[in-house]
Structure formats: structure tokens, C-alpha cells
Design a protein around this ligand. Sequence first.
Ligand SMILES: NC(=O)c1ccc[n+]([C@@H]2O[C@H](COP(=O)([O-])OP(=O)(O)OC[C@H]3O[C@@H](n4cnc5c(N)ncnc54)[C@H](O)[C@@H]3O)[C@@H](O)[C@H]2O)c1
Length: 146
Amino acid sequence: MDVKGKLAIITGSGMGLGKAFATKLLEAGAMVCISDLDETTGLQTTTEFSEKFGKDKVHFIKCNVLQKDDIVNLYESCEKHFGKTVDIFCNNAGINHVRGGKGGLIVNTASLAGILFGLDKESACYVVAKHGVVALTRTLGIICPC
Ligand SMILES: NC(=O)c1ccc[n+]([C@@H]2O[C@H](COP(=O)([O-])OP(=O)(O)OC[C@H]3O[C@@H](n4cnc5c(N)ncnc54)[C@H](O)[C@@H]3O)[C@@H](O)[C@H]2O)c1
């Protein structure tokens, strides 16, 4: 998929996999809205990306994906800042409330734990949660195909 000029939001992108996804999208010419519960990390990452890719390519909005109001604010503030609709939404920090949007691509970060089971007792909750992510993604793929 050609993402040049596309606008992406990535939740939990202050560090870890979310930051790695942001790097790849920016390298491919997309604009990325960095979003994280942790403002310090999110702003550090945004400054780092601004210096590397340009200030107009990246923006930070604080968002706790567990809070519906934060999600609504994330979408609206992102579109207002960049002056265009969101093309790609990466549910990296976890699944948030399903929200009617204007279309686009939704990417949910699952895990091998979303398709395997019987790993160990300690990861039972993680396995259950990630199976849910896979099931939700597949269900939405059938209900709302692109
Ligand atoms: N790291 C792995 O090996 C691995 C493997 C498979 C799947 N995953 C999945 O990838 C995703 C990211 O994992 P990671 O290892 O990069 O994590 P991480 O801990 O390195 O980074 C997670 C980021 O999310 C932010 N965050 C946490 N709770 C949040 C919330 N409620 N709202 C918004 N932001 C929040 C944190 O502040 C942090 O910046 C998770 O969904 C995880 O299950 C990770």
C-alpha cells in the first residue's frame, strides 16, 4: 500500500512497537499523529521525529485509549491539526471503543498470543485479550469490508 501523503494515528506510539510503526510510516512518506498516555515519552518521540522528518509530518496528542472522550478528541484534534481526514488508525496500545468514522484503514496490533494458546498460566489474561483482538478484527473485516 502506498502511504505517501496519508495521515495515520498510532496509539501508544511514544515507545516500543508503536514508535517502530511510526518510523516506518514516516519513512514511507506518511504523516503521523503520535499518541500516548505518557506525555513525556510521547513528546520526546515527537521531537525526535520532527527533527528527522520535518515538523509538518508529525504531531503529538495525549490519549488514554481507555477513555472514550480521549479517543474522540484524538481523532478530531488530529484532523484539525493536519487539515485532512485520518486515513489509517493503528490500535497499538489496545482496542478502543468502536467509533463511526469516515472510512479508512484500521490496524489492530494483536500478537502470536492471539492465535496460539496454552503458553503458560501467567499469560492467560494476555492470551484471552489478544484472541479478542483477533476475533474483533476478523468480525469487523466481515461486517465492514473496505
Ligand atoms: N513487544 C512485543 O514483543 C510484542 C509482541 C506482540 C504483540 N505486542 C503488542 O504490541 C503492542 C505494543 O507493545 P509494546 O511492546 O510496544 O509496548 P511498550 O510497553 O513498549 O509501549 C506501549 C506504549 O503504550 C503506552 N500506553 C500504555 N497504556 C496506554 C493507554 N491506556 N493509552 C494510551 N497509551 C498507552 C505506553 O505509555 C507506551 O508508550 C501491544 O498491544 C502488545 O500487546 C508486542
